[in-house]
Write a protein that binds this ligand. Structure first.
Ligand code: ZN
Length: 362
C-alpha cells in the first residue's frame, strides 16, 4: 500500500468519511488537507522499569501518535529512553503548591494566607498537601526560577511543564463539593488567597487603595486583576528562563479561560508559553463528552493562535473506549493540536488514540 493509499484508508475510519464524497481518490485527495496531531502523556516514572520495557513502551506511544511525555519526576533513564524513540521528554513540575518539608520548615513566611488570616504553612485548605506559595514575593519567584534553571540545564530534558501554577481553588469543581461537604456558591474566606503583607502592600502601591478598606474584597475587580497578574508574572519570568535555554515551556491548567479565572485565579491566555494543556476533565464538572469540544473552542478562541492547545483528557472519566475516542474527536475537531492523556495508556487506549486521530481536515 502506498503512503497515499494508507492516508485515504485511514481517513475513512474517521469523521471525514461522512463528509467527503470519495468518487475517486486521485481526484478527491486534493480536498483533504493533512493535519498531524501531537499527543502527550502525563506520567510518573517508575524507577524499576527496565531499558527493554521502556524502549518497547515508548515505541508503541510513538506509533499511536504520542510525541511527548511530561514526567512528574526526574529519571535520566526514562527521559533518554523516550528521546531514543523520537519523543520529547519534558519535566512536569509542581509550581505554586509546594509541600516539601524542607521548604515548609525553612520558609513558612513564603506561604499564602487566606482572608481569615490563616497560612497554608500550618493550616492547609481541603487536604494536607495543599501548601500554596504566595506569588507576590520576590523570594518565591527567585526560588522557582532557580529550580527551572536546575531542571533545564540538563541536556536530556527537552522542556518544562508547569502544574499547580495558580492560586488555591477558591471554588472546587462541583463534583468535589459532596466529597468535602462544602457548598461553594460564593467565595468563602478560608479558601480565598492571598492576603499576606506583601500582597497587601503591593496592591496598595499599585492602586493606592488599602485592601482592608474594601468592604467586599472578593468582589473587587482590581484585587482580582492584581492576583491574575501575580501568577502571570511568575509564569512569564519562568518562560524567559526556559527560552534562555531555547527550550519550550508548557502548563497544565484549568479547562477553560473562564473557569480558570473564576475557580483558581488563573489567567492562562496571557501567558508566554509554547503550548497549553487545559485539564478538560468533564467528569469533574459533571459534564458530558461533548463539553470537551465546547471547552476547546473557548480556549482556542481566546488564545487567538498564540500557541497550541492540547486537550487534557482524564481516562477514568470515560466509560469505555468508544467514549474516549469520541472525546478525542471532540477535541481535535474543535481546534486542539492534540490531546494529553492522564491515566494508563494501555494498548487499547493507544489504538483508540491512533484511530480517533485519523480524522482529517477538509
Ligand atoms: Zn501574598
Amino acid at each position: 500500500m502506498t503512503s497515499r493509499r494508507k492516508f485515504v484508508a485511514t481517513s475513512l475510519l474517521g469523521l471525514a468519511a461522512t463528509a467527503v464524497p470519495f468518487s475517486g481518490e486521485s481526484k478527491d485527495i486534493t480536498l483533504l488537507k493533512k493535519k498531524s496531531y501531537k499527543h502527550w502523556v502525563w506520567t510518573n516514572p517508575d524507577l524499576r522499569d527496565t531499558d527493554e520495557l521502556l524502549a518497547e513502551r515508548y515505541k508503541q506511544y510513538y506509533q499511536a501518535g504520542v510525541r511527548g511525555i511530561f514526567f512528574e519526576n526526574d529519571s535520566e533513564k526514562h527521559f533518554r529512553a523516550a528521546k531514543a524513540q523520537g519523543l520529547e521528554a519534558h519535566r512536569w513540575m509542581w509550581t505554586m503548591n509546594r509541600g516539601e518539608k524542607t521548604l515548609l520548615e525553612a520558609h513558612p513566611e513564603w506561604y499564602a494566607i487566606n482572608r481569615k488570616g490563616e497560612s497554608c504553612a500550618d493550616k492547609p485548605p481541603y487536604v494536607n498537601y495543599y501548601r500554596w506559595l504566595c506569588p507576590s514575593k520576590p523570594e518565591v519567584q527567585a526560588y522557582l526560577e532557580s529550580q527551572v534553571h536546575d531542571i533545564l540545564k540538563k541536556d536530556y530534558i527537552d522542556g518544562i511543564h508547569l502544574d499547580y501554577i495558580r492560586f488555591c481553588d477558591v471554588v472546587l469543581p462541583v463534583n468535589l463539593w459532596d466529597n468535602y461537604h462544602i457548598e461553594q456558591t460564593r467565595e468563602l474566606p478560608e479558601y480565598d488567597y492571598c492576603y499576606c503583607d506583601t500582597c497587601r502592600s503591593k496592591f496598595k502601591a499599585w492602586r493606592g487603595t488599602d485592601l482592608s478598606s474594601i468592604q467586599y474584597p472578593e468582589a473587587s475587580l482590581s484585587w482580582r486583576l492584581f492576583r491574575y497578574n501575580a501568577v502571570n508574572n511568575i509564569v512569564n519570568n519562568l518562560a524567559k528562563v526556559a527560552h534562555g535555554y531555547k527550550k519550550p515551556i508548557t502548563a497544565a491548567v484549568f479547562p477553560t479561560p473562564e473557569i480558570a479565572r473564576r475557580n483558581v485565579r488563573q489567567d492562562w491566555t496571557n501567558w508566554n508559553l509554547d503550548g497549553i494543556c487545559p485539564m478538560i476533565y468533564h467528569g469533574f464538572y459533571k459534564e458530558s463528552v461533548s463539553w470537551i469540544g465546547d471547552a476547546v473552542t473557548e480556549g482556542v478562541h481566546f488564545l487567538n493562535s498564540r500557541f497550541p492547545l492540547y486537550a487534557g483528557l482524564y481516562l477514568p472519566d470515560f466509560k469505555n473506549m468508544e467514549e474516549f475516542g469520541e472525546g478525542i474527536k471532540q477535541a481535535l475537531q474543535h481546534g486542539a493540536a492534540g490531546v494529553s492523556i492522564f491515566g494508563n495508556p494501555s494498548p487499547e487506549v493507544l489504538s483508540t488514540l491512533k484511530l480517533a486521530s485519523a480524522v482529517k481536515m477538509i
